[in-house]
Design a protein around this ligand. Structure first.
Ligand code: ZN
Ligand code: ZN
Length: 271
């Protein structure tokens, strides 16, 4: 199994992660990866203010991505975020937060939302559920819509760790929706590392198997929160090999394949 991209990883800017971007890129190079995607949390878990007064200044590390080298230590580097899905419509964190001032306090000529402002500089977005409280007691249809709504966001390329989250959505419905939009389902190494419930593990396996059977593209990622975890896909690879997973569906098999997946998803890439 080839997997030369790691497209869901975290740096210091996720606050409970520990490596700088340079350390992550270096680790990717040492592991022989062709492409690294940095996707720090964009979520209410970062700052207590985010539950009340949202402030663009807390998210400014997303706003200066332009200065990152596109190739660094020989690794192609993409930058995005892991955005929390926050309601049953599949809307993403900050969609309802008005931004009227720039970082320097000047009034913006065109007011925007926190989500739009952060997404502007992102090459792509991983959409995930972390705190699932809002979805407790929801129907299967509502849970399907939660993920389909997120897939409909133009910048969302993939759904993050859908097996681990534990929401009982209908797998085939959501997988088919991803396929119809040319988007990806993530197979997340961190979800397969054994500390989660047997049910979550079985769910991840079921999702991978149905992706293979329905011809849905996947992204195999570590979700690394420290540089030493980047590019280590042992459990995900064991699962996919056990299932005889077709390699052509693995969008992270090479940098070229991943860039093609961005295009298929209709996400414009600006070098
Ligand atoms: Zn995290
Ligand atoms: Zn993550």
């Amino acid at each position: 199994m080839h997997n030369l991209c790691d497209t869901h990883t975290h740096t210091l800017f996720s606050r409970h992660a520990y490596s700088t971007i340079e350390e992550c890129v270096r680790a990717a190079a040492e592991r022989g990866l062709e492409l690294l995607g940095a996707t720090d949390h964009y979520s209410s878990m970062l700052y207590p203010e985010a539950n009340g007064i949202h402030d663009l200044r807390n998210y400014q590390y997303f706003l200066n991505y332009d200065i990152w080298p596109r190739t660094w230590h020989g690794v192609r580097v993409l930058h995005g975020c892991e955005a929390d899905i926050v309601d049953l419509e599949g809307r993403l964190f900050g969609h309802d937060v008005a931004v009227e001032h720039g970082l320097d306090g000047r009034v913006l000529s065109k007011p925007t939302t926190l989500k739009e402002r952060v997404f502007r500089g992102c090459d792509y977005v991983v959409a995930s559920v972390h705190n699932a409280d809002f979805a407790r007691g929801a129907t299967t249809e509502q849970l399907n819509q939660l993920y389909i709504g997120a897939l409909d966001d133009p910048k969302v390329l993939m759904l993050g760790h859908v097996g681990r989250t534990g929401l009982p959505f209908d797998v085939d419905t959501v997988l088919r929706a991803a396929k119809a939009r040319g988007k990806l389902i993530e197979i997340n190494e961190h979800s397969l590392m054994g500390q989660w419930s047997d049910r979550a593990m079985a769910r991840c396996r079921q999702i991978a198997q149905r992706c293979a059977e329905l011809g849905v593209g996947i992204a195999v990622n570590t979700d690394a929160h420290i540089a030493t975890d980047i590019g280590r896909f042992d459990n995900a690879h064991a699962l996919l090999e056990d299932l005889g997973f077709p390699e052509h569906l693995v969008a992270t098999r090479s940098a070229d394949a991943f860039m093609e997946a961005l295009e298929t998803a209709g996400i414009p890439y600006e070098a």
